[in-house]
Design a protein around this ligand. Structure first.
Ligand code: SF4
Ligand code: SF4
Ligand code: FES
Length: 585
């Protein structure tokens, strides 16, 4: 009898695919879609690439930039969309209700490998000598999405290298991937239209139109947005490898806009300044003038030690090399401050308190300005002027006519806005001899042509606090060395009425201190009480004393600043610059 067949094991339950995630409910202007099985709701008009970014999913891209129109030419952002037979470019495909998108399946990965291979066909092996190395999207994407090898054995197409296409920008035709970001920037943002794409196919090349050069005040932005090393910033070329840079978030001091920036520092020097996105102030951009605001730190003669008349001399105006000058020997900070206080006191005793006056700069930080007001009041100096520094007109993008970063800060702490008439009246009184004692903080009235040498030498007390060895400092009875741009933490209030914290990027030379420290010490010699040891402590006191700053602190200002509420509307209405409005990520 045959053995009975054992009963067949129960058939495994048929594998059931997990049901797709439910799409969330949407509002009238919204659509819901699935990207890599994750649901997301976005506004109508949002692209697939932007919707993926919302989920934290990276869709690699070269030609897309959130501040420019969509060109859709690099094809790096391919994604697969259900019910569409071909891969689609995520940067130009609007998200629609119920769409199902895959950003990282085998088909998409294979397409990306092919695009990378194609883009690298004519690319030179320049990485070891390329300024973009370390922050180059070709390098990053080749590592993350490339094949790891090339099948191209033919001769590459060669192009001109190191071509100065503008006074500050150098072009390398071999590295260019023709993404056209630079062209779109010049057409859409700076609206200067210098650049075009010439020739066809593999021979296509970026260039300037006949008779033009990339010479607009925003040309540096083309370097920032060039995803590869085809456009480089002349002053930064071969100065530092980017992985050695310490990037400090700060604020440009070049004008009343206060663009948010990053200070790229290496070896205690600033090597470059690049923009930091703040949709309320500057968007992704900054001007070329602002990029160069650190340069005086490398060339302009500095005041590094406290000094007294006869022992210091001015450097050549704007000159690069300081002359060999005997610096005061043996004058300590305390002695210099004692001397300054004694001179001011003696002058007031001889001619009355009305014979004393001060010139204070709107280039100083809010902490400096606040302490200037306090210390000068304490010293009995009631006449304080803030000189204007204006040039041209406000431009339609960012640069302001007011080239001081903190005119509104001066107003908030009670020093008043920069006032040309009041400054001229003070200069006339110095010339006439009715002002006998002058404190100058952060200004150079002699170098600016406001006061001449005979007027300054007729003063009985001239106390200068400044970073530079200026003609005014050379004429001072006492000169105290201050920190220069980007050498101290401090707040500036921009023309929109936005308080922003500018952070220190590099140390100051010698015995230079923030102006507020010198002013605090000078004030103490007249009985000023208070123990402020940090810029943030000074700011806290300013915030307690001045209602527009109420409840603010360095910490609260954070990386992007805070709008201040004034009784009257700020000039310019506080609106962001045209073309810099916040967009979807
Ligand atoms: S130079 Fe740079 S930004 Fe301009 S097209 Fe070439 S790769 Fe793009
Ligand atoms: S616009 Fe003004 S604040 Fe902005 S980068 Fe230029 S100079 Fe600096
Ligand atoms: S980023 Fe979409 S095509 Fe270039």
């Amino acid at each position: 009898m045959p053995e009975p067949t054992p009963p067949a094991p129960p058939a495994p339950a048929a594998a059931t695919a997990a049901p797709p995630p439910e799409l969330p409910a949407t509002g009238p202007d919204e659509v819901a879609l699935l990207i890599d099985d994750k649901p997301v709701v976005v506004k109508k008009g949002t692209t697939v690439l932007q919707a993926a970014e919302r989920l934290g999913i990276v869709v690699p891209h070269y030609c897309y930039h959130p501040g420019l129109s969509v060109a859709g030419n690099c094809r790096m952002c391919f994604v697969e969309i259900e019910k569409m037979p071909k891969l689609q470019i995520g940067c130009a495909t609007p998200a629609t209700q119920g769409m199902v998108v895959r950003t990282a399946n085998t088909r998409v990965k294979s397409a990306r490998e092919s695009i990378m291979e194609f883009l690298l066909i004519n690319h030179p092996l320049d990485c070891p000598i390329c300024d973009q190395a370390g922050e180059c999207r070709l390098q990053q994407y080749a590592a993350a999405y490339g094949r790891g090898e090339s099948r191209f054995v033919e001769e590459k197409i060669h192009n001109d290298k190191g071509v100065p296409i503008g006074p500050r920008v150098v072009f390398d035709g071999e590295r260019c991937i023709k993404c056209t970001r630079c062209i779109r920037f010049c057409d859409e943002v700076s609206k200067t239209h210098e650049l075009g794409l010439f020739e066809r196919g593999g021979h296509a090349i970026i260039g300037t139109f006949p008779g033009k050069s990339l010479d607009n005040n925003y040309s540096g932005n083309t370097v920032d947005i060039c995803p590869v090393g085809a456009l480089t910033w002349k002053p930064f070329r071969f100065r530092a490898r980017v992985w050695f840079l310490r990037n400090v978030p700060s604020v440009c001091i070049g004008c009343a806009r206060g663009c948010n920036v990053e200070l790229g520092t290496f070896d205690h020097r600033i090597r470059r300044i690049t923009p930091r996105n703040n949709p309320e102030v500057n968007g992704w951009w900054m001007c070329d003038l602002g990029r160069q605001t650190y340069e005086p730190l490398d060339g302009r003669p500095r005041l590094e030690q406290p000094a007294a008349r006869g022992a210091i001399a001015a450097g050549p105006p704007g000159g690069a090399a300081a002359p060999a000058i005997p610096v005061t020997a043996g004058v300590t900070p305390g002695e210099a401050l004692d001397r300054a206080a004694a001179l001011l006191r003696e002058t007031a005793a001889r001619h009355g308190a009305a014979s004393l006056a001060a010139i204070v700069s709107a280039r100083l930080t809010l902490e400096d300005l606040f302490m200037a007001r306090k210390a000068l009041q304490q010293a009995g100096i009631g006449r304080v002027v803030v000189p204007p520094h204006e040039s041209g007109e406000d431009d339609p993008l960012l640069l302001r006519r007011d080239r001081t970063p903190n005119a509104r800060g001066a107003e908030i702490v009670g020093l008043g806005r920069p006032d040309a008439a009041a400054t001229a009246r003070l200069a006339a009184d110095v010339k006439a001899g009715t002002v006998k004692g002058l404190v100058v903080v952060g200004e150079d009235p002699a170098g600016d042509g406001l006061l001449e040498a005979p007027s300054l030498s007729a003063l009985e007390a001239l106390v200068v606090i400044d970073a530079w060895r200026t003609p005014t400092a050379a004429a001072a009875h006492v000169a105290l060395p201050a920190t220069g741009p980007y050498e101290a933490d401090g707040v500036a209030v921009n023309f929109q009425g936005r308080a922003q914290l500018a952070r220190r990027g590099v140390p100051a030379p010698g015995l230079a201190e923030p102006s507020w420290r010198w002013l605090r010490e000078l004030g103490r010699r007249f009985g000023l009480a208070g123990s402020w040891n940090t810029a943030s402590a000074v700011f806290d006191e300013a915030a307690a004393a001045h209602p527009p700053l109420a409840s603010l602190s360095h910490r609260k200002l954070g990386a992007n600043g805070h709008p201040i509420v004034f009784a009257e509307a700020a000039p310019g209405g506080g609106a962001p610059a045209p073309g810099t409005e916040a967009r979807e990520p």
